[in-house]
Write a protein that binds this ligand. Structure first.
Ligand code: ZN
Ligand code: ZN
Length: 73
C-alpha cells in the first residue's frame, strides 16, 4: 500500500525517502556531492542526484571509501 508520505520533495526531486536519508547521512560522514547527472558521476552511486532519483542505495567504490573513513575515523 502506498502512502502519500512515503515520498518527500527535496530540491524539486521526488526521491524515495530512504535515498534522501542515505544521501544526507553520507554528507555527515564527509562524502562529497556527486553531481546532478550520471555523466558527472558514471559509477552508480547514491551521492549523485540522478542515480539517487532512480532509487539506488549503493555507493561507488570512491564514495564508499570516504563514508567508511568518516564512520570509522
Ligand atoms: Zn547532497
Ligand atoms: Zn560516488
Amino acid at each position: 500500500m502506498t502512502h502519500p508520505d512515503d515520498t518527500y520533495t527535496a530540491d524539486g526531486f521526488d526521491w524515495p525517502h530512504d535515498s534522501i536519508v542515505q544521501h544526507e547521512v553520507s554528507h555527515n560522514f564527509d562524502a562529497d556531492e556527486g553531481g546532478w547527472f550520471k555523466y558527472e558521476h558514471p559509477a552508480e552511486c547514491i551521492m549523485n542526484y540522478q542515480w539517487a532519483y532512480d532509487g539506488t542505495n549503493i555507493w561507488c567504490s570512491s564514495c564508499s571509501g570516504v563514508v567508511d573513513n568518516g564512520i570509522w575515523s
